[in-house]
Write a new protein. Sequence first.
Length: 402
Amino acid sequence: MKRSNIDAMICKQEGVTELTREIINKIQLEKLNAVLKREKEREGFYRNLPASLESLDDLRTLPFTTGTDLVRDGGRMLLCSQGEVQKVISEQTSGTTGAGKRVFYTERDCEHTIELFMAGLGEFIYPGSITMVVMPFSGPFGLGELIAEAIRRIGARPLLTGIGRTYGELKTILEREKPDTYVGMPSALLAMLRMCGKGSIKRALVSGDACPDSVMNAIEEILETRLWPHYGSREMGLGGAICCATHNGMHMRENHCIIEITDEDGNVLPDGEWGELAITTIGMEAQPLIRYRTGDCTRIIPGKCSCGSEVKRLDFVKRISPSESILEMDEVLFQIPELIDYSVRITEGKKEITALFTSDNGKELIRKVYPNGDIFSLNCKKAEWTDKALYPAKRVILRQSG
């Protein structure tokens, strides 16, 4: 079986001819010590940490960085000049008008992300492919733009579809452009496939949302092929881990990011055990983070991948509570074949669901999957075509209050 593209990417970026576990560890320790040295020299946020470590095991002796630290001191974590910053991504803290997280990228940081996307997309997109990119487009060096550039470099053509399109617009794109591949969020993809049909789409990469089994199985059944899940976050440069042809976990960009799995007390867990993902972004020029607690739950799959790569693999990734309820709702509701999309409001511990169906018996279908009376109010609609199809194809997020 063909080895993961990430091996060739790391070899090229690091100037090595082969990639073993020993070589990966050596690269990581050298880059980690280079980051610690930069922090000392520039009196950065981590200036009080040691100037170097003897081994990667010593990393676990360093303190964690949290989302609160990033909100409060993100500017102090910047290790380049403002003139070198090519992109800033800000995340407003939910429910407040205060400052949110700000993550900075240099041009080289963005270039590394493009190369990672090329490695991942190159597993299933070929020269001449036409690919729908159903991701946010936010200007130069944004997520959608970086994905599109990676597709162009592969020799394929990106369709800059973006998010928030109506199903009518999506159906027109499918019929007119005849894309063979898709990049976007899993629930939005399933909604489009159920509403518009798969058209010419043969393969799909899903990222941006946790993808429960019911959603993944439903998409794979329609497409009659395996999905290519990817994982990334703002803090690791928008791209983190990619799927290979074995479809058994996602290979991490280990020359740019050291990963640890920790329990609630911060103890590092052995490979195979589930816990919170912590990242040390040794490949980021602008704003390297040390032992950043992501709030994501996953595990490192033990052993060597059957593709031959020794690069560590992440298993399924999901958000730690309170967003876990979103995943649970998706798992249950998307088992209904007629469901297109839904939103939930929780009042006094009870759920109010607004759902869109391809049939007109939505209430009965939801009551069947929630027979315990947990639902106190339902507002189900049948999706009907108009000239432009009224319903937007954006993912509706569950929001829990109280």
